[in-house]
Ligand binder design. Sequence first.
Ligand code: SAM
Length: 291
Amino acid sequence: RTEEISTPKRTKEIIARHGFSFKKSLGQNFLIDQNILHNIVAAAHLTPDKGALEIGPGIGALTEKLAQTAGKVTAVEIDRRLIPILEEVLSPYPNVSVEQGDVLKVDLKDLFARHFEGVSGVSVVANLPYYVTTPILMKLLEEKLPLENIVVMIQKEVAQRMAASPGSKDYGSLSIAVQYYCEPQLVCTVPHTVFIPQPNVESAVIRLKVRDKPAVEVEDEDHFFEIMQASFVQRRKTIANNLKSRYFPKEGRERLEELLQQAEIDPSRRGETLSMEEYAVLSRVFLQAGI
Ligand code: SAM
């Protein structure tokens, strides 16, 4: 019986036999720990009637566990050198398909139509390349794909920012962008020793349970996100100062203060203290005023 792909021994054997060399620029840190892999897969609540989309399968450590749990697994890997390796090591699993490509450029709606027809729900499960974590997650969320969960290994600080509440030091536009679409939950933090090669940053697993509908109702999503981002441009400044620089650079403060009053927001507060609901109200008031 062959060992699991993710044991240190088999991982080293596969890498040596194929003469594979790691590319740091692609964020290649492969998992070699059974417990962590188990925790990642368990957090996605997969069953044989569900599908899993994996981004960056590497040599298939996580892909194999997903294949044993979900009904259908599709993995998108950018590095062409890994495709023949994946085809070989994953050949015992007929429910896995691997596609070569940059996930940021792949048409995911089309991929879903080709691979996940008939499954009762799809989750993204991945040990993400850290250099593109935020663009990948924002693409998954903004395209409004029919996802149940997103369970990802990411840099620990990024996970903390995604899960942060108003008023905490980690709370910012990333927290709001993620929490608008999802309910975040930190699953575990992860030591360096579970990867080869070991990354220089600390890692964590986060579960984002995708909401049926966004957390707050807004008329114009782009407008809402723009106001929120403008409010955090300079974290140490008050919301009034940040909004003034962005929306009223040449006017006095009267109009802005009036609008903030209408939204029941004290102009001396900082952006990091406002809840998502307050940003939604602010966006509504600005839109009504034609801003
Ligand atoms: N899933 C494997 C594991 O856990 O052992 C590998 C994880 S490794 C952190 C990240 C993987 O993402 C690498 O295999 C890398 O080649 C791939 N990758 C990097 N950028 C990518 C992109 N834009 N699209 C798809 N895959 C990418």
